[in-house]
Design a protein around this ligand. Sequence first.
Ligand SMILES: Cc1ncc(C[n+]2csc(CCOP(=O)(O)OP(=O)(O)O)c2C)c(N)n1
Ligand SMILES: [Mg+2]
Length: 270
Amino acid sequence: MDAEIAKLKGIACDCRIDMLKALATAESGHTAAPMGIMDFLVAMYFKILNIDPKNPQKSDRDRFVLSCGHYAPALYAVMAHRGFFPIKELLTLRDLNSRLQGHPHNLALPGIENTSGPLGQGISQAVGMALAAKIDQKKHHIYCLTSDGETQEGQVWEALMLAPARELDNLTCFVDRNFIQIDGNTEDVVPLEPLAKKYQAFGWHTIEIDGHNFNQIIDGCLQAKSTHLPTMIILNTIPGKAVKEIENDFTWHGKPPTPEEAERFIKELK
Ligand SMILES: Cc1ncc(C[n+]2csc(CCOP(=O)(O)OP(=O)(O)O)c2C)c(N)n1
Ligand SMILES: [Mg+2]
């Protein structure tokens, strides 16, 4: 198990490096939250999800719904490393006609389950997918990542209300609790706390974990599958994780590194 976790950590490091290169080349894009979510995405794509990069549409695949579309650079880096497309394609991030748009486009890139960008919509889409799977008596699981600033959108709470009412135990959602949003700290902008109690009050099985701890992510997903309720996993993460200059600084929300900064940050990661 230790060797496996070490391997996952190594992949996450490579993904962070390739994402920084892509952002610097694009001269545009989101840096902080994507750096913070990389460990989680690697755990999902390399350990949890039943997916096949060679057959991205296979009908019994698990669905991974990215609700916070601006996390796309991290998702692309992890998908490339998992074999969905060539790693060198990451350098086309945000180019005109690239399959890697600033926010994911599901008709452009095989393996992307939903088009996102407008915050709040993905979790509703995930609830719809989970309901459809139940109706069709399918066994695949639906996973959805939301962000904390996104949780200030009213639509999120509509989805949160419906999932337990329909007993969607085939749905596991996550919230990236990094405490930042576009213009400050979440608790200064529109407070979310006590967040776990809110999910519980809405009827969700709620777990809180360290979003950088691979064992906790894997155990949380296993636990989620053993309840009869939809599960919400709160991922405590550090935005900008692994580069001290970016960590916990909301001004890195939507700013890419310059080529010089990227070079310096990559040295730190190595
Ligand atoms: C409906 C909608 N409103 C506003 C935006 C602009 N926007 C993009 S990211 C973001 C901040 C959301 O907070 P969070 O995801 O927690 O930010 P992060 O942790 O990435 O800094 C905003 C307001 C959007 N994409 N969609
Ligand atoms: Mg946030």
